[in-house]
Design a binder for this molecule. Sequence first.
Ligand SMILES: NC(=O)c1ccc[n+]([C@@H]2O[C@H](COP(=O)([O-])OP(=O)(O)OC[C@H]3O[C@@H](n4cnc5c(N)ncnc54)[C@H](OP(=O)(O)O)[C@@H]3O)[C@@H](O)[C@H]2O)c1
Length: 261
Amino acid sequence: MWILITGAGSGIGRALALELSKQGNNLILAGRTGSKLEHVAGEIRSDSPTSRVVTLTVDFADPASTRSLADRVCETVDHLSAFIYCAGAGEPAADFASLDLIDFQEALAVNVSAPMLLTQSLLPVLNGRDPASRVVMIGAGMDKHAQPGTGSYGVSKMALRRLVQQLAVEFGTMRHGPVISLFQPGLVDTPGIRDHIDKAAELNLPHAQWLGERLAEGECLTAEQAASALAFVLVQTAESDFNGAVFSGPELVDSLSFAGS
Ligand SMILES: NC(=O)c1ccc[n+]([C@@H]2O[C@H](COP(=O)([O-])OP(=O)(O)OC[C@H]3O[C@@H](n4cnc5c(N)ncnc54)[C@H](OP(=O)(O)O)[C@@H]3O)[C@@H](O)[C@H]2O)c1
């Protein structure tokens, strides 16, 4: 079974790639930085030598690059059993007056337009299967909790939540269409969140201190915990419970550790 993971060079995407390869899946790793993808591919080849792994670079801020990624995926496989969009972007701003239009547009491009275009362009390898191919988008709690300086990220993640609702409805009209859900990871200790906290702290944004304290106290998931919860959603959830659902990483990690105790 082939699975596509975007944003696979670091953080949650990297941890998910390692987890799914251990479960025997073949992977296409897509991301912006080729060297990061090759590093993850090397880890997979060493830990799970029977898994096949392909790396493809893409810049989701550029629709032509997103379309090119879809073309290369369709040339590589005739079917994807799953596709997880882990790439994400959204620069903080000191205040509304300095919110940069380029940053705002980039967040909308990477967090909303690209997942729509990529899903649409991948339909030939997602459609017409039973069991249905599974698509997961990664949301963020900021989609409902507006904080100063987080407009680019929060507005785009809110639109992503609505996109998932829309696609669930559209897929429901297709014969053997894919199914889609939103995964809300909660706070996860990754290079991406640490970079965000550093930038927000430089801008004196109040949420930086709060996030930094949560990480320092270990009140967050590890990327590996978030990946285990995501893998559970992909592999263990009944198809009837999947389309249009919103899954919470922290709740899943709690219930999985309770079940294992
Ligand atoms: N960590 C958290 O607490 C948290 C909370 C809520 C939601 N999330 C979401 O979880 C997802 C994964 O984030 P993470 O925390 O694991 O952060 P991360 O380590 O920074 O991973 C994000 C990935 O997205 C890729 N990416 C960014 N812009 C891109 C572009 N224009 N084209 C292609 N790839 C691009 C990055 O590639 P490069 O490294 O090559 O630039 C990186 O591999 C994101 O959607 C994020 O919004 C995270």
